[in-house]
Design a protein around this ligand. Structure first.
Ligand code: SF4
Length: 463
């Protein structure tokens, strides 16, 4: 057997799987009399287990069918009064996507070829208008959308697609170039390997280029950014190309100067960390609602002054938002509030004001004082080839300063969210909780210290 080329599942992907499993388990509560087919690596066992349960005519979880090289596990099958069943496929998303319909169409194909008749076909998804009040109510958390006609309409295609897939699987590894199929409908885990032939500064890094444009260039044999005909580039992409060709950062002094001069002291560098659980943890919140649990604030009172730092991190499993808002008021009523990609912080604040109207005036005042440190970069007033087409903080910081997030225990927002939920809501040992809370403080503090470092670096570039 050739070696498995797939990288191990990373924590971010595992978290997505875990959410799917948790949501799936909750959906089973919709049918308290349901029976589950035990999971096994041995497909023959799960299909035999299903065959045993079908005559009971009770809702079945994870009913499994294998036929003609097709295998599926149906999330929920519910018996109707006649000899048919309704199929419910559960998704943790908040709306039905086309790829979900194809999933249901495939399951229908496998189940009906196995001799089991299906009637209605449903996609069950999370209803993001649901507001938690007390215990989770699965019948309100979920919405079942009838997709029978859409899935049935795909049926003729399923057979030919299955035949095509089986032909491909049974042959040698196909020689397929990278393309839009590498990320649609899902991100392929082999993209690093399949893109390894691209040079260091390549066309996939073209700023805001449509994927079809990028793969058209690659198909034409143009892989290096410097080889793209200038007539095919936007003004920002031309700056990228020049920065690579010249080996020098692009610095447009005048707008950077004007923008820096527009900032008012005291200058408040602010960053939030949030969680957005699919199944609401906090009373009064909706699925996937962003709940801020931490902020870091570095304030510089006047030019050249050493910054002051304050922070907030909710340590208990109570609703963190009232204490978060209360602590944030120390920011005061004067000066610019600086964030990186401020749309996020401003959205969180507006949502907080909706849920806690007593803070409405404070939030409105704060909202009007925001400035975004991404602007010098996304306007391409400053561009360094090492940014590789990205204006994110994680790319601009190491380009302009010696600081990186390498080696930090927590080094990105998704990890911060997962770790916070694990230690605050997951019942871990106190020492473990304290360790993670310490790492969270370090991470968030670095995010706002980074804003000041970037400001100072931009100033230095203008000297
Ligand atoms: S990265 Fe693209 S080309 Fe490579 S295996 Fe995945 S889908 Fe195929």
């Amino acid at each position: 057997m050739p070696p498995n080329p797939f990288p191990p599942i990373d924590p971010a992907k595992q978290a997505i799987f875990d959410i799917g499993h948790a949501v799936g388990d909750l959906a089973k509560q919709l049918y308290p009399d349901g029976v589950e087919v035990p999971w096994s690596r041995d497909l023959a066992k799960t299909t035999a287990g299903t065959r045993e349960l079908l005559p009971q005519r009770k809702p079945i979880f994870e009913a499994s069918f294998a036929i003609d090289g097709c295998y599926c596990r149906a999330d929920i099958m519910v018996p109707r009064n006649d000899d048919t069943w309704d199929l419910y496929e559960v998704k943790s998303a908040t709306k039905v996507k086309d790829v979900n319909i194809a999933d249901v169409a495939f399951q229908t194909h496998a189940i009906e070829r196995s001799g089991v008749k299906l009637d209605r076909l449903y996609l069950v998804h999370v209803d993001n208008s649901y507001v938690r009040r007390g215990d989770i109510e699965p019948e309100k958390l979920f919405h079942a959308e009838d997709v029978t006609s859409r899935a049935r309409a795909l049926q003729p295609e399923v057979e030919s697609k299955v035949a095509e897939m089986q032909r491909i699987i049974s042959g040698a590894c196909p020689d397929i170039a990278i393309g839009t199929h590498c990320s649609d409908p899902y991100e392929c885990d082999l993209q690093d390997q399949c893109s390894a032939f691209l040079p260091e500064f390549n066309v996939t890094q073209l700023y805001r280029a449509h994927k079809s444009k990028i793969f058209d260039l690659i198909e034409r044999g143009i892989t290096a950014m410097v080889d793209v005909p200038p007539s095919e580039l936007s003004p920002d992409q031309l700056i990228q190309q020049c920065a690579i060709a010249s080996g020098k950062a692009h610095v447009d002094r005048k707008p950077i100067r004007a923008w820096l001069d527009s900032l008012e002291y005291p200058l408040h560098c602010l960053d939030f960390e949030t969680m957005n659980p699919a199944v609401p943890i906090i009373d009064g919140t909706r699925p996937y609602q962003q709940i801020p649990f931490q902020f870091s604030l570095h304030t510089r009172d006047r030019e050249g002054a050493a910054p002051r730092h304050i922070e907030f991190l909710a340590e208990s499993a109570l609703d963190p938002r009232p204490a978060f808002l209360e602590a944030l008021q120390t920011i005061g009523s004067k000066g610019t509030v600086l964030a990186y990609n401020m749309g996020f912080e401003r959205r969180i604040l507006r949502e907080l004001a909706e849920d806690f109207p007593a803070y409405g005036a404070f939030v409105t005042d704060l909202d009007g004082r925001f400035q975004d440190l991404i602007i010098p970069f996304n306007q391409f007033w400053y561009y360094d080839a090492k940014q590789r087409g990205s204006c994110s903080l994680k790319r601009t910081l190491p380009v302009l300063t010696d600081t990186t997030y390498d080696g930090m225990e927590i080094s990105e927002g998704g990890q911060a969210m997962r770790e916070y939920q694990r230690v605050v809501y997951g019942g871990v040992a106190t020492t473990e909780k304290e360790r993670v809370l310490r790492d969270l403080r370090d991470y968030c503090k670095q995010d706002t210290a980074a804003l000041l470092d970037i400001l100072d670096a931009l100033e230095a570039k203008l000297k």
